[in-house]
Design a protein around this ligand. Sequence first.
Ligand code: DGT
Ligand code: CA
Ligand code: CA
Length: 362
Amino acid sequence: MTRVVGHFDLDYFYAQVEQIEDPTLRGLPVIVCVYSGRTEDSGVVSTANYAARDLGVKSGIPITVAKNRLKGVEAKFIPMHREKYEAYSERIMLLVRERTDMLEQTGIDEAFFDITSRSGGSFERAKEIGLEIKRQVLQQERLTCSIGLAPNMIVAKLASDYQKPDGLTVVVPEQVKGFMAPMPVDKLYGIGSKSSALMRELGVTTIADLAKADLTLLEGPFGRRLALQLHDAANGTDEQPVVERGEATQLSRIITLKKDSRVVEEILEQLTPAIEDLHKRVIEKRLFFRSISIIGILPNLSVRSRTKTLEKPTAEMSAVRDNGISLLSSLLAETGEIRRVGIKVADLTEASEQSSLADFLR
Ligand code: DGT
Ligand code: CA
Ligand code: CA
């Protein structure tokens, strides 16, 4: 079956967060800055909203340069609040993870995902899933994002970037080559300014040029392996699987409650299928876990959690359930009503390692 792979990226992320939290910024160029503290304006621009980008401000330029470009314009320069963005990121990744088969986070505001199974391989169905993710992120966090859907990671990444902000671009297998052809080679994942300069010397400027370039020509500057990879990428071939990052260390499930609640029994009833599902995954993957966490998301969307570390690794359902209940009670005592609740097991080891260790100790 053809794969259905997606790339998710939040729009002008830090600036958008600042903008939704302070309505007075609406309509103005907003520039989020990393101040180095040496002099008042020393430091660089972390990101800027589209109003500021239209005036030539972008990530990485000195704040003084940005101020020059915005001379005479009413604009807001804001210091970066990294922890705040991380909290948004954490909640959003949970939300996307729940709606995909597999998620590989690759940055604070972006992730690859695979939805082959839940879309049944249909790009029509995949588009609905993409739209639903966009709706949920907007409804829950008030943020817009851009999503690309394609048969592989390289094309999905190009697709998420294609219509920004608030885009959804679907590239079905038959469209891949035509979609990529006119793009400059440096749009390809992993091609920086050095590689693209080398390619320019070979007369390769667009992805189409690269796709039909002679492999032996590319081998000179890039070596055989990389030349082959680049050539494949330009031809829209990319077989890298989306891999769950951190899967070796944690597994989790999170649900939204029918209504906000602080009643253990009520929450537990709704959480039980998620606990069972999580446990099933632990068994299927032949894993042992050593820590169990309950995560609560409050009505104001802040995240709280409680973790219990066991004396030794286990795969037992009762360990998840019993500890889950006591962690949940303790969490609710602090939070009061919660909106969403999650269960996580971590410190994972493979069952096979466990038994060999047990054998060894015996
Ligand atoms: P986009 O995706 O083009 O709508 O805009 P952003 O701002 O989301 O850009 P992206 O996805 O490349 O980066 C995500 C966040 O990472 C961005 O909001 C701020 C931070 N960031 C990006 N580039 C830089 C940089 O050059 N320096 C610093 N300090 N932070 C950066
Ligand atoms: Ca982004
Ligand atoms: Ca990004």
